[in-house]
Design a binder for this molecule. Structure first.
Ligand SMILES: C[S@@+](CC[C@H](N)C(=O)[O-])C[C@H]1O[C@@H](n2cnc3c(N)ncnc32)[C@H](O)[C@@H]1O
Length: 325
């Protein structure tokens, strides 16, 4: 089937032609991608689309639709074309400066909330978890999806979000503002936790302010929860990645080093320094990270290690509790 030259196609035919074009280009999830692009250019929702399949698209929408289909067929991710991705039930702006939030990262939020709730029960505190008194840091926040999801679930928590990429932090901050959480999350450019250590404290200037942050103590800042989805793909695996990922997502959000697990080796000891006793560390893992990462937590500094699989049965989340050792 060739792309229609007509300037008056109905929605059903436009969708069919879009799916066909993407299928020919071996685009994964071709039906969903064509549907999302059609809804994007026409500013309609799915319910409308399936209730009005015979409605004609206007010529301008039709032209935009086929232009986006061609870009998708050439490898650009659908989310870069629509500018959005849903995570934890809310819509995040995404650009080529940030990793597109993945569904498996929602397990990180679930594990963090479960383990925080268990901690509260153990301490015989109120069983309704609001985050009251908790200080949380999301390392490598990207689009801000983890920090915002935690802000939604823990309305009284004190939240920090860091990234090494200023461009990513700008998107994260925009998402927080758009979703109404700008005053709940402090965004901070930092290499892992370095800006929160004694040596780095003088560099802490929360984004959007002009004053330096006032640390009342020269001690490292301590947290109740350190959570992170760090870059964990090995550079040596780069040729095996789909073109959408390899050529379109930021390398700093993908690669953790030649092997992939290198950043955990820096992050885990830094987290140990910055967690309160019985504070929690919750980390996302790459599909093959567990054998290299688990031993880093099998030391007296950590207890109650827990591995949580994702829906595909892959060990996806590694969590542990800081001891007082
Ligand atoms: C896998 S992405 C995760 C983004 C987001 N948290 C999510 O789950 O969708 C990793 C993020 O870590 C950031 N990053 C990479 N190296 C870092 C470092 N040394 N310190 C802080 N952030 C880093 C990247 O810029 C990227 O935004």
């Amino acid at each position: 089937m060739s792309e229609s030259k007509s300037n008056s196609l109905d929605f059903r035919t436009a969708l069919k032609q879009g799916i066909h074009l993407l299928r020919e280009a071996h685009v994964p999830s071709d039906t969903l991608a064509a549907e999302l692009l059609l809804l994007h250019v026409t500013r309609r929702d799915r319910t409308w689309l399936y209730a009005h399949p015979e409605e004609l698209l206007d010529p301008q929408a039709l032209e935009s639709y086929f232009s986006l289909l061609r870009r998708r067929a050439a490898g650009e991710p659908t989310q870069h074309l629509t500018g959005k991705q849903e995570f934890w039930g809310v819509e995040f702006e995404v650009t080529p400066d940030v990793l597109i939030p993945r569904p498996e990262t929602e397990h990180l939020i679930e594990v963090a909330l479960d383990r925080l709730a268990v901690r509260e029960l153990r301490a015989a505190r109120d069983s309704k978890l609001t985050g009251e008194g908790l200080t949380i840091i999301d390392i490598g926040t990207g689009s801000g999806c983890i920090a915002v999801a935690l802000a939604i679930e823990l309305p009284n928590a004190n939240l920090y979000a860091t990234d090494i990429s200023p461009a990513a932090l700008a998107i994260a901050q925009r998402n927080a503002t758009q979703l109404g959480f700008a005053n709940r999350i402090t965004f901070q450019e930092s290499n892992l936790l370095s800006a929160f250590s004694d040596a780095g404290a003088r560099y802490i200037v929360p984004l959007g302010t002009h004053s330096s942050h006032n640390f009342s103590s020269s001690k490292p800042r301590l947290f109740d929860l350190v959570i992170s989805n760090p870059p964990y793909i090995g550079r040596k695996e780069s040729t095996t990645l789909p073109v959408e990922v390899r050529d379109h997502e930021p390398p700093s959000s993908l690669y953790g080093g030649e092997e992939g697990y290198e950043l955990y080796g820096q992050l885990i000891p830094q987290a140990a320094l910055h967690l309160k006793p019985s504070g929690l560390l919750v980390l996302e893992l790459g599909h093959n990270s567990l054998p290299a990462v688990r031993p880093l937590l099998e030391t007296p500094a950590w207890a109650n290690l827990l591995v949580t699989n994702d829906l595909a049965g892959i060990p996806r989340v590694l969590s542990a509790e800081r001891t007082s050792a």
